[in-house]
Design a protein around this ligand. Sequence first.
Ligand SMILES: Cc1cc2nc3c(=O)[nH]c(=O)nc-3n(C[C@H](O)[C@H](O)[C@H](O)COP(=O)(O)OP(=O)(O)OC[C@H]3O[C@@H](n4cnc5c(N)ncnc54)[C@H](O)[C@@H]3O)c2cc1C
Length: 449
Amino acid sequence: MTRHRAHPCFHRKSMQWRRRKGRPLGPRTALGDPAACPPGDGSGPAVADVRHTAFRRGAKGCVGGPAAGRTHGTGVTARPGETAVYVCVVPEDTGSVVIVGGGQAGLAAAHAALRIGLRPVVLEATGRTAGSWPCYYDSLTLFSQARYCALPGMPFPGDPDRYPHRDEVVAYLERYGAELAARGARIRTAARVTEVTAGGGGFTVRLADGETLETPRLIAATGSFGRPYRPALPGEEGFTGRILHAAEYRAPEPFAGRRVIVVGAGNSAVQIACELAEHATVTIASRTPIRFVPQRPLGRDLHFWFRLTGFDRLPLPRAERPPAQPVVDTGRYRRALRSGRPERRPMFTRLDGDRVEWPDGRREPVDVVLLATGYRPSVGYLAPLGALTGDGRPRQFRGLSTTHPGLAFVGLEWQRTPASNSLRGVGADARHVLRALAGMPGRAASAAS
Ligand SMILES: Cc1cc2nc3c(=O)[nH]c(=O)nc-3n(C[C@H](O)[C@H](O)[C@H](O)COP(=O)(O)OP(=O)(O)OC[C@H]3O[C@@H](n4cnc5c(N)ncnc54)[C@H](O)[C@@H]3O)c2cc1C
């Protein structure tokens, strides 16, 4: 629970009098809402967080509201004949935490922060709190039932047994963000972080518009969609067709009648290839065979079994690279592959002009190569801090930075459990890292202002 100490200019007698008389201490204004506070001169000490309690007839004391995170004081009249005293209460290390990214991971982190009394400031580059979901392809239906898609504290709406569509997740996350804001989280959209550096015992966060924030605690929750992985393809420089990443794919219609090769063996590769195969001639090319897992073993959703067996909570050993995930399938994808639409072949050996060359020496024309080759953590803004490996991955263990105390990650694939990078698993990871960060000594952070 958050404890508060009174600001030095608090008039103690008035508080004691009200306590003795059993009178309420007065209405509270909204936390950190400057509009709800009377204007002040900003002459008081810098604080991380300011609460105001209004007293009628309190006569003396610190009167006023915050100005740019500072307390101040002069008299103010509430109604004719009455004096309203606004008592500035400086929380004892309530502390703030800056969360970069307002997708499911950032929102889950903000929720966990509020629960333990930290004050989250979420910085989201886009105009909404829906993460990368609006950018995923149009037909995307989740591989888990709605009952396994909820973030902490808010059930996913509608029939819990259905498999929701992408747009339902978008709507849910936006509602979740609004709910967090109503509970005191500060959510700033159109706030892209460009660089984080060390400063003053914590971190200096620079935004695209040049603004800087100081914070003792920072959570990177920026997912990986912003950093698609594109393996080098032999001959690609001379290839006359189009090469694109699955991150750019939205719908099959623009590819109608084309010869398309989808590279990859994961969920996205198979889903996109099967969808495309109804409009185009499609081959899935992969280095390894495609592995499948039934979506409903023994008549129950796969995630039911993950919960029952504890698989979702399995602590993972330290791993350089997350292992490849099998493709979740109702049987539809295996049937499509058996029918040859799409067909599957081992990875091609090279591209050459408008052609592709297969391991058996066959060459054939191809229009499009679509790379469903995954993503890498999108945390480039942490590079100046020295918190990343040479290939741009976070140096972390179970979400906590191994280079910088106070820095943590949420939403990394395989971060702590097999469910880390999913709607159902991100909440537990967020709780884990926030508990660790809460134990850190705090200091006043202008991020809260
Ligand atoms: C095609 C596809 C299908 C998936 N299907 C499922 C599924 O069925 N079920 C499931 O549970 N999971 C699924 N996932 C996995 C996972 O749940 C999603 O990828 C999810 O979007 C990850 O959430 P996130 O918050 O970690 O990252 P994102 O959703 O990528 O959110 C990151 C946020 O950070 C913001 N950001 C990035 N850089 C900055 C910056 N520098 N400054 C400020 N903000 C920044 C972005 O704008 C974005 O809003 C799927 C993933 C993909 C790619």
